[in-house]
Design a protein around this ligand. Structure first.
Ligand code: NAG
Ligand code: NAG
Ligand code: NAG
Ligand code: NAG
Length: 217
């Protein structure tokens, strides 16, 4: 990506909702970061990466859970998707939650209290490259199985329900699910040419264990 394009993102980064942008620049590849998609002139430009239902999306909301009957301070925990250690969700739940690419090509995360990863999945390489000194923007890439990073694939709106429900679904912006950018991915529309490749801009975060999500579901 061009430097000018990166510079134009700095105000965006400052405005990211709920984010705690690290003030001390670190080269630590295991440090926490959030991801924003970049593909200029497309509907996915600047949409945040969100974890939900064992998969990842652009836009929408992350799906987090915190057992408030046993864990204090659930209300102060982030609902943003934060990654650390290059390929894990940054969570408190014992055992953690790993990120992998399922045989379909779908970017996926393990469910809490289970390290289960389906046979034929790929666990990397995922690489986080922190931003250079003075620049909060780095990148996150995946290059397993010949993939070149990530792509966002539209998920067709459900065809069922009342006519009004179908009209509402057709009028809503599409849901974009994240896949490894590989030609043989099994994508929701059945045609990989419907997907848009994007740069995963990684924004270093400064989060404490009190503000991390308990777990993503
Ligand atoms: C993170 O925030 C804490 C408290 O605000 C500060 O002391 C620390 O230096 C920050 N670390 C980084 C890497 O920005
Ligand atoms: C995250 O969402 C939960 C449930 O909606 C809410 O209680 C909590 O305050 C939110 N956390 C933050 C930091 O906004
Ligand atoms: C997709 O292609 C890659 C690279 O050739 C290969 O490693 C992978 O096994 C293929 N995946 C499937 C599900 O066929
Ligand atoms: C996928 O979409 C492209 C572009 O619309 C089209 O040319 C191609 O025939 C489609 N492939 C399949 C298998 O439907």
């Amino acid at each position: 990506m061009k430097i000018s394009a990166l510079l134009s993102l700095v105000p965006l980064v400052a405005a990211l909702p709920g984010s705690r942008i690290g003030t001390t620049k670190t080269k630590d590849v295991n440090a926490p970061f959030g991801v924003t998609a970049a593909r200029s002139g497309s509907p996915i430009h600047f949409l945040p990466l969100t974890a939900s239902g064992s998969h990842f999306f652009l836009g929408g909301k992350s799906s987090t859970y915190c057992p408030s009957e046993v864990v204090p301070g659930c209300a102060g925990r982030t609902n943003d998707t934060i990654i650390y250690g290059q390929s894990a969700l940054d969570v408190v739940v014992p055992g953690g939650q790993s990120i992998y690419v399922a045989p379909s090509g779908a970017l996926s995360f393990t469910t809490p209290h289970s390290g289960y990863i389906p046979a034929g999945s790929s666990q990397g390489p995922f690489v986080y490259t922190p931003g250079a000194s003075g620049n909060p923007l780095g990148t996150w890439t995946y290059s397993g199985q010949g993939a070149s990073g990530f792509m966002a694939c539209p998920v067709p709106a459900s065809n069922s329900g009342s006519a009004a429900a179908r009209r509402a679904a057709a009028a809503a912006p599409p849901t974009w699910q994240v896949y490894a950018a590989q030609q043989n991915a099994t994508v929701p529309t059945g045609n990989v040419t419907d997907c848009l490749g994007f740069d995963a801009l990684a924004v270093g975060m400064n989060v404490t264990s009190n503000s991390l999500a308990w777990e993503y579901i």
